[in-house]
Write a new protein. Structure first.
Length: 98
């Protein structure tokens, strides 16, 4: 295997494993949904072969902002999420669940 080849991991399995750690679980409960959104943006972008720079151009921002979003270091407005969804040919669905 090429040393530069990154192994795909199943995020759900990884998350289940990490949630066994009480400290991780505490932080996840505080920031987890934010990270799930960040991961989903990155996954969709890569699945479509779109670079961060191209996605940034499509939504009217800079590549560094996309990098921060995907790293979970930037809050998302619904307007930004709507633009990302449109740029990645997706619909945005936000719901409150019990």
């Amino acid at each position: 295997m090429n040393k530069h080849h990154k192994k795909n991991i199943n995020f759900q399995k990884y998350l289940e494993q990490q949630l066994k750690n009480p400290e991780f679980r505490k932080h996840y409960e505080e920031f987890g949904k934010h990270l799930e959104i960040a991961y989903e943006i990155q996954r969709l972008r890569k699945e479509q072969g779109v670079s961060q720079a191209v996605l940034a151009r499509k939504i009217g921002t800079q590549q560094s902002n996309i990098a921060r979003m995907e790293a979970g270091e930037q809050n998302f407005t619904t307007e930004t999420l709507r633009k990302i969804a449109k740029a990645l040919d997706r619909d945005l669905k936000i719901e409150f669940v019990k």
